[in-house]
Design a protein around this ligand. Structure first.
Ligand SMILES: Nc1ncnc2c1ncn2[C@@H]1O[C@H](COP(=O)(O)OP(=O)(O)OP(=O)(O)O)[C@@H](O)[C@H]1O
Ligand SMILES: [Mg+2]
Length: 230
């Protein structure tokens, strides 16, 4: 089953006199159970593209279908429901709520996903445990290391088992061992739970975990072959 189908996606940012063509005609399709890496230099448009695929930013042109739903046909309320319920997004900058503990951050994600209040506590702990952070559940973000915060943001994105997972440099703040653990977790979501996973990364070792690696340069995507860096 095709989870994502994006065609001809363009994004032009216009701020004052400056015009940036951040994404220039990207096409990408991802099936259930598939892991895709997006690699490319800083400023090439990776976060912009991921935000569009994750229904957080609308493209200037082009279409994005998530599980067959054309995002351009949804009103803002419907878009936000789709985003909260069906998509797990790991932000490059973590985006944790500073006044909430690790556990509360993950619980909030589950509540937004529509989980009943009585179930979120247990699921949140399970998700924190899957990134090795059960013992940090009651810590505030300010009291955690960068890598721990990154793992909380991953636990929040993966809690509740979304079928479409987008992760923006999810191992950027992690050491090799934790980075591998996170990639194992993401590949299990694809292999065992049938999620479609798109990961932006600068780390070529991560390519080894992927079915496909696509390259982004100057807003353009070039498709790679299975398991190979193109
Ligand atoms: N909100 C915005 N308004 C104007 N320009 C923007 C905005 N967001 C990003 N850009 C520009 O668009 C281009 C692509 O940015 P983007 O964040 O998508 O790159 P990236 O590939 O994720 O880079 P990095 O690897 O550093 O995270 C950059 O030139 C950036 O300056
Ligand atoms: Mg980025």
């Amino acid at each position: 089953m095709r989870i994502l189908e994006a065609a001809g996606v363009w994004k032009v940012y216009e701020t004052g006199l400056i015009r940036v063509e951040a994404v220039r005609g990207a096409d990408l399709a991802v099936e259930a159970g598939e892991l895709v890496a997006v690699m490319g230099p800083s400023g090439s448009g990776k976060t912009t593209l991921l935000s569009i695929l994750g229904a957080m930013l609308s493209p200037t042109r082009g279409t994005v279908l998530v599980e067959g739903t054309d995002l351009s046909r949804l009103d803002p309320g419907e878009l936000s429901t789709l985003r909260r319920r069906r998509i797990g997004f790991v932000f490059q900058a973590f985006n944790l709520f500073p006044a909430l503990t690790a556990r509360q951050n993950v619980e909030l994600g589950l509540k937004l996903r529509g989980w009943p209040a009585e179930d979120v506590g247990e699921e949140a702990l399970k998700s924190l445990d899957s990134v090795g952070l059960a013992q940090r559940a009651d810590f505030l973000p300010a009291d955690m290391s960068g890598g721990e915060k990154q793992r909380v943001s991953i636990a929040r994105a993966l809690a509740g088992g979304p079928r479409f997972i987008l992760a923006d440099e999810p191992t950027g703040a992690l050491d090799a061992r934790n980075g591998k653990a996170v990639m194992d977790l993401l590949s299990r979501r694809a292999r065992e739970a049938g999620a479609a996973v798109v990961v932006v990364t600068h780390d070529s070792r991560i390519a080894a975990f992927m079915d496909r690696v696509v390259h982004m340069e100057d807003g353009r995507l070039t498709l790679g072959e299975a398991g190979r860096v193109s």
